[in-house]
Design a protein around this ligand. Structure first.
Ligand code: PMP
Length: 732
């Protein structure tokens, strides 16, 4: 089945299907069940396809046709209901195809084609595929799909609306116009539905005209009075409801219309109850599904390695079946608000249509081709888009396949640069602040923090770098980032940095740091003055500056790149994570012309020695381009400023709780540090029970959510952290 939903059809055209669909939509939202009404084919609406498709409640695009009625029915709905019902801002009314001629779909489509208008296929397969695509991408757990006309209305030369209904396989709500002939039409329709194996969820007898007074027209009155009980007897146990004629729906005043919608929604409450039951039973795992899921988890535990786990005694994992918006859906239907953006990369949340579309389009054309000796538009366009956004001077780019590899590339760039500059005694060491994290490959590991990184395990193998103590001067905390940036850093705290340069500057190939935020090494937010001073010292000692912006790039700290806090232009810069909005693995290393030319001008050896198989992968580049566009078109600064305020408000109560060492916030990063190592498994379990996805590590509970997070979702995340701390779950 598509997903839980009803297909709303009628015994004829103009029987009140749209009123029933719209009123039912309201009834579901009143019941806090977030539903979306879909009109697969709309005729009689002289608007281009785009004007009536996928418009959301907050869209500025005016809705036309039946979708406008769906939206009207939700007017003045108690805001709380909408919030509880689901994702505010996602579409509640969608039209898949729209044609100007008010006629049967097959005629309307034909005329549009003849007039040279927008060509829209009305093939059964195409329409059904679009319906499935929409169903898969809407966060709404329930769909109301409204047909056009009755069952046998032609879609094209071979198929009818009934064929689409059969494919969708949704239970049907049949709307019966209460007029002479209603019984015949209704029972013929029920028979046709039965023959196709389509279950009938309910019949709604609708009054499209005022009911006559019994005394004024007794015959007509008796006929109309008889319809509901007569049908109820014949279709038992299917419920048969009656909707009154409602002239107030045509009122100018929206409040009056809202009252009328409310009255109709109440009349349809029993159908809303059926919808809720359908959602609940779809969420409950069948015995077979339960068995499949258990088998999957067993296999996983026995054979598949997860990050940083024992193969023999792995930590528990949960099965995800879907991600959408800012949520992760587990098998069984549980939805978790994502506080991690999938390790900080899914900055737009999940299932963003423009990214999905970019992936699909590129996949159809060319998913991959080697980059050696070949090039392509996605890579070139991405470079053209990204390079001008970076700190000034970075004008060469290398596309790698993961963050760690982009760090390897950066280190190799620096080593090759010095190999060319000083061939006899090339500089081969890196100067690194402690507390950093740059990846899990060998070169990257060597520049990670020597204590909390993996140096102990690989000490005989790793190149030895020069470590300086962690930047001491903090940034962020409860102040807004801006006011904190304006504060000066104590010059004494920069002394270790200066001393290290004085001692080792002459032998150092490059200084590598994560500007302003040390991420996986400890979620430490430090002052931009440190970055600024490091850049000055690099210049003074001729050392290359590498900025690892894999975690901070593309807005996370409130600036597009964290180097901007210090107004520093590194010689080499690493990107990853948010580059593709989390859709694909892609990373990049950009460098200044000085570095590129320095490597290239090296006698006959001037080629840069790196070239992974999936370098410049077209799929990943196409998605990255769509992601960067989406970011730049979005109000990302305002979103991050609001998130920073929300994080400060939501996490500051934790600061005074027992066992909490500190709380810090910057842009879209919120951290609670405990005094002792955290019982990760216990906390993780509690957070899942609270409907949030957080993954504490070491002594840190932190948030790095999608930028698209709604205020109520952020509230849910911070409340879950607060309540875990209240309960003392962080104390082992
Ligand atoms: N550098 C930084 C700053 C990171 O945060 C990470 C990933 N957490 C990496 C490098 C490594 O990236 P990847 O996991 O894509 O190899």
């Amino acid at each position: 089945m598509l997903k839980p939903g009803f297909f709303i059809t009628g015994t004829d055209t103009d029987v009140g299907k749209t009123v029933v669909t719209a009123a039912l939509l309201r009834a579901l939202h009143v019941d806090s069940l977030f539903a979306c009404a879909v009109k697969p084919v709309q005729t009689g609406v002289p608007c281009p396809m785009a004007a009536c498709s996928a418009a959301g409640r907050h869209s500025s695009t005016p809705l036309a046709g039946d979708a406008a009625h769906y939206e009207d029915a939700l007017r003045f709905l108690n805001h709380q209901n909408v919030q509880e019902a689901g994702q505010e801002g996602s579409p509640v009314a969608v039209t898949l195809r729209s044609f100007a001629l008010a006629a049967s779909p097959h005629l309307a489509a034909r005329e549009q084609a003849e007039q040279g208008g927008v060509q829209q296929s009305l093939s059964l397969q195409g329409l059904y595929a679009d319906l499935c695509h929409f169903a898969a991408h809407t966060p709404a757990p329930f769909l109301l799909v409204e047909g056009a006309g009755g069952l046998h209305v032609p879609l094209n030369d071979t198929h009818t609306m009934l064929d689409l209904m059969e494919k969708a396989a949704l239970p049907v709500v049949l709307v019966v116009a209460n007029r002479l002939g209603a019984l015949n039409h209704a029972l013929l329709s029920v028979e046709a539905l039965n023959r196709r194996g389509l279950p009938v969820a309910a019949l709604v007898v609708s009054h499209t005209l005022p009911m006559p007074e019994a005394t004024a027209d007794p015959t007509q009155w008796r006929i109309l009075q008889d319809t509901r009980p007569c049908l109820a007897a014949r279709v038992h146990p299917v419920p048969v409801l009656e909707l009154p004629f409602c002239p107030a729906l045509r009122e100018e005043a929206a409040e009056k219309r809202a009252q009328a919608w409310e009255q109709l929604a109440c009349a349809l409450a029993p159908v809303a109850t059926l919808a809720r039951q359908a959602v609940q039973s779809a969420g409950a795992l069948s015995a077979q599904e339960q068995a499949d899921s258990t088998a999957l988890l067993h296999f996983d535990a026995a054979h598949i390695w997860h990050p940083y786990t024992s193969a023999v005694r792995p930590l528990p994992v949960r099965e995800v079946v879907r991600t959408q918006g800012n949520k992760i859906f587990l098998r069984g239907g549980q939805a978790l608000v994502d506080g991690m953006a999938s390790w900080w990369c899914a900055v737009h949340g999940y299932g963003q249509p423009s990214l999905v579309e970019a992936l699909r389009r590129q996949g159809e054309r060319m998913s991959h081709v080697m980059f050696g000796g070949l090039t392509h538009e996605p890579a070139v366009h991405l470079a053209q888009k990204v390079l001008p956004l970076l700190p000034q001077g970075l004008d060469h780019i290398f596309f790698a396949d993961s963050g760690s590899v982009s760090v390897e590339v950066a280190l190799k760039m620096a080593l090759q640069y010095w190999h060319c500059q000083e061939p006899h005694t090339p500089r081969t060491r890196f100067l690194v602040p402690r507390g950093g994290y740059h990846g899990d490959t060998v070169g990257a590991m060597s520049v990670c923090d020597p204590i909390n990184g993996m140096h102990t395990l690989f000490s005989n193998f790793l190149p030895r770098q020069i470590f300086i103590e962690r930047p001491a001067c903090p940034f962020g905390a409860f102040n807004t980032a801006q006011s904190s940036a304006n504060k000066l850093c104590d010059p004494a705290s920069l002394l270790p940095l200066e001393q290290a340069f004085a001692r080792h500057g002459h032998e150092t190939a490059a200084f590598i740091l994560e500007p302003v935020v040390q991420g996986a090494g400890g979620m430490w937010l430090y002052h931009p003055d440190y970055v600024r001073r490091a850049a000055e010292l690099c210049r003074e000692y001729g050392v290359l500056l590498i900025a690892d912006e894999i975690a901070t790039g593309f807005g996370r700290t409130g600036k597009l790149f964290a180097c901007e806090w210090a107004d520093v232009q590194p010689d080499i810069l690493c990107l990853g994570k948010a580059l593709t909005g989390g859709m694909m693995s892609l990373a990049a290393t950009a460098c200044k012309a000085k570095v590129a030319q320095g490597i290239s001008g090296c006698g006959g050896e001037g080629v840069f020695m790196h070239g992974p198989t999936f370098m410049g992968n077209p799929l990943a580049c196409a998605v990255a381009l769509a992601s960067v566009d989406l970011l730049l078109q979005s109000p990302w600064q305002a979103r991050l400023a609001a998130m920073e305020r929300g994080l400060i408000e939501g996490l500051s109560p934790c600061a005074d709780m027992p066992g909490v060492a500190g709380v810090r916030v910057l842009g879209g990063i919120g951290v609670v540090e405990s005094t002792d190592p955290l019982p990760m498994e216990r906390l993780q379990k509690y957070f899942v029970e609270q409907g949030v996805w957080l993954r504490p590590f070491g002594r840190l509970i932190y948030l790095m959510p999608p930028y698209t997070l709604l205020p109520e979702e952020l509230d849910k995340l911070t409340k879950a952290i607060q309540s875990a701390l209240h309960k003392g779950l962080h104390i082992a």
